[in-house]
Every structure is written in structure tokens, then in C-alpha cells.
Design a protein around this ligand. Structure first.
Ligand code: NDP
Length: 328
């Protein structure tokens, strides 16, 4: 049964699992499979679909937009996101970044591709060191006032940058960011478990966390062989492969897999459930290139009771990467 979580300090509820389209929609998988995945997700209670202007250079939003248009789900029953920063055209000046110009133009273009009147969650995909944070806050605030987006947030911003945005918003009576989209998985923990703690405590912040399986390595499928039909074997993604498929990481995955085996659950289910155990996670964005992967991963919400504090301690021992927070 899907669980719904309060989304930071907002009034909305978000499904604990959601579905993203990076590298799959408009790229790795065909459009009919993308539709099958969205239907499977929605029928299982997922109410948030994640996208960005840069995914397949706009094509991912086009594919998702056509699916939403054809399926005619009630607009109030789902949320869709876009992210602005990397651009979707060429790399001419002003075609990327967080200037008022690119934010407004990027939003207009995403609305058209997604076939929606408004975007529920609109993210700044990365910080932009060349644009004053106040300009970005003002642009996001004006999009909310125009009804083109409902909530805005950040992705992979530092705690300091997020706090600066809050400061500017408060000083100028503008709407502050309410969510972050950081990477979070067994192998990447610092932002969620250390850097953002004060923001969770004082500002409140929803999180839509990405790469719960570290691009598939935490599924355990790279332990015994070298599967070819996968993201990490795709041409042009050598950087992602090199970053993820290291001996040190595989050694940890092997030891975690033994814990999953003991619990009689699959490795992807354990890795996703582990993310859900963190109360600061509002939703875990799943990625899938096959329907059976999504079916398997959706079970993560049901096996949560198996992940006791004892199991969490065993996992921490293997990972040896838990940020040390001094207690007093
Ligand atoms: P994951 O780390 O979970 O990787 C998903 C991939 O792992 C799938 O596409 C599939 O790839 C493989 N996989 C998934 N389930 C299984 C399974 N049960 N068994 C075996 N292999 C499996 O998530 P993503 O990296 O896709 O991130 C999720 C979403 O987060 C993205 O779609 C995007 O919306 C968002 N995101 C945001 C970023 C940001 O900067 N804000 C950055 C990255 C992602 P394959 O079959 O090809 O091996």
C-alpha cells in the first residue's frame, strides 16, 4: 500500500515513491514502455512524476506530456515537476542558468512540452554562481503569482545557498523555496544526513531524493556479471559508469546483498526501503527501464517493517559512511 508523506512545510501530500524519467523517457526506452511505467506507477498510488528541461533535451518532457494528455487523469490526482538550469537548446548565452530570462523562458517551454497549465514542483536544477540569488527568488515568486508553478525548490544546492534564498525571500516578502532534490542512497549520505539538518529543523523542507539505487549499482546486478542491457553500458555514459562501478562500492554492495538475502527481500527493495527510513525523505524518485523493475521496487513500501533498527545498524557497519553528528 502506498504511503503518503507530508511534503516539508507545504500543505501537500506526496507519495513515498515517485517516478522519474532521466535517461529513460525519450532516450533508453520507447514511448509505449514509458506509458506502461506511468500507468503502473499511478495505479499503485504514485502521485508525483519527475522531469527536467534538460532530460533528453526536452524530449523526456514531450513524451511525458503526451502520455499525460492521452491518459486524461484528473489534474488534481497527480503532480509533475520540471527543472530549469541546464537548458534544452544549444548552449548560447542565456539559454541556461537561473537568470530571470532563462527561468521564465524555460518554464514557458516546459509547460508546452508537458501539456499542463501549471507545473506543481519547479526546481532550480543546480546553483548558478553567475546570477544573484535574489533574481532567482524574484523570478520564481513571479511564476507562482502568475499561476504557472505552484511550489519552487532547488536541486543539489548547498545548505548555505538554500539559506541565502530564504533570507532574500524573507527580506523582500517573496515566496521561499520549499523543497530540495539531492542525491541520496546508501553510498551518498552527507547532504541529507548532515548538511541539511539545520534547514530541516528551522526552515522545514520537503525532499524528492534521486538515484536511490546509485544508477542501478545498488540493485546488485553488477556483482556477478557485466549486464549489457543497462544504463551503465550506454554509450556516452562512461562518466557515470566510472563514478559508480568502483571496486570499493561493489564490495559494499556485496555485503549489503547478504543482509537482503537474510531478510528474504531483493537488494533493490532493501536499498529503496533504506532511503524511506529517513524521516527527512518525502519521496524516493524511482527510475526504471523495465516494468518488472518498477513492480519489484514498488514493494519497498511494504517491506519497511522488516528494516528494524538492528538491520539499520548492520547496514551502517558495512557502509562505514554514516556522518558523525556529535550529540550532547
Ligand atoms: P536509480 O538510482 O534508482 O536508477 C534507476 C535505474 O536502475 C533504472 O533506470 C534501471 O536502469 C536500474 N534499475 C531500477 N530498478 C532496478 C531493479 N529492480 N533491478 C535492476 N536494475 C534496476 O534512479 P535514477 O538515477 O534513475 O534517478 C531517479 C530519478 O531521479 C530520475 O529519473 C530523475 O527524475 C531524478 N534525478 C534527478 C537528478 C537531479 O540532479 N536532480 C539527477 C538524477 C536523477 P538499467 O535497467 O538501465 O540498469
Amino acid at each position: 500500500m502506498m504511503e503518503y508523506r507530508k511534503f516539508g512545510n507545504t500543505g501537500i501530500q506526496i507519495s513515498a515513491l515517485s517516478l522519474g524519467s532521466w535517461l529513460t523517457f525519450g532516450k533508453q526506452i520507447d514511448n509505449s514502455l514509458a506509458e506502461e511505467l506511468m500507468i503502473k506507477a499511478y495505479d499503485n498510488g504514485i502521485n508525483f512524476f519527475d522531469n527536467a528541461e534538460t532530460y533528453a533535451r526536452g524530449k523526456s518532457e514531450e513524451v511525458m506530456g503526451n502520455i499525460l494528455y492521452n491518459l486524461k487523469w484528473s489534474r488534481s490526482s497527480f503532480m509533475v515537476s520540471s527543472k530549469v538550469y541546464f537548458g534544452y537548446e544549444e548552449n548560447k548565452p542565456n539559454q541556461r542558468g537561473l537568470s530571470r530570462k532563462h527561468i521564465i523562458e524555460g518554464c514557458e517551454a516546459a509547460l508546452k512540452r508537458l501539456h499542463v497549465d501549471y507545473i506543481d514542483l519547479f526546481f532550480c536544477h543546480r546553483p548558478d554562481k553567475n546570477t544573484p540569488i535574489l533574481e532567482t527568488v524574484q523570478a520564481m515568486n513571479s511564476l507562482i503569482q502568475q499561476g504557472k508553478i505552484l511550489y519552487w525548490g532547488t536541486s543539489e544546492w548547498s545548505a548555505q545557498e538554500i539559506l541565502q534564498a530564504h533570507l532574500e525571500a524573507e527580506r523582500h516578502h517573496l515566496i521561499a523555496p520549499v523543497m530540495e532534490q539531492p542525491q541520496y542512497n546508501m553510498l551518498e549520505r552527507k547532504k541529507m544526513e548532515d548538511d541539511y539538518l539545520h534547514i530541516f529543523r528551522y526552515q522545514g523542507m520537503g525532499t524528492t531524493i534521486w538515484s536511490p539505487l546509485a544508477s542501478g549499482i545498488l540493485s546488485g546486478k553488477y556483482l556477478n556479471d557485466n549486464p549489457e542491457d543497462t544504463r551503465l553500458a550506454m554509450e556516452g555514459l562512461e562518466w557515470l559508469r566510472d563514478r559508480n562501478l568502483t571496486e570499493e562500492r561493489l564490495k559494499k554492495v556485496k555485503a549489503i546483498k547478504a543482509i537482503a538475502d537474510q531478510l528474504n527481500i531483493s537488494m533493490p527493495q532493501l536499498a529503496i526501503a533504506w532511503c524511506l527510513k529517513n524521516n527527512h525523505v518525502s519521496t524516493v524518485i524511482l527510475g526504471a527501464s523495465k516494468v518488472k523493475q518498477l513492480e519489484e521496487n514498488l514493494e519497498a513500501v511494504n517491506i519497511l517493517p522488516l528494516i528494524t533498527s538492528d538491520v539499520m545498524m548492520q547496514i551502517d557497519e558495512v557502509l562505514a559512511n554514516k556522518p558523525v553528528i556529535s550529540e550532547f
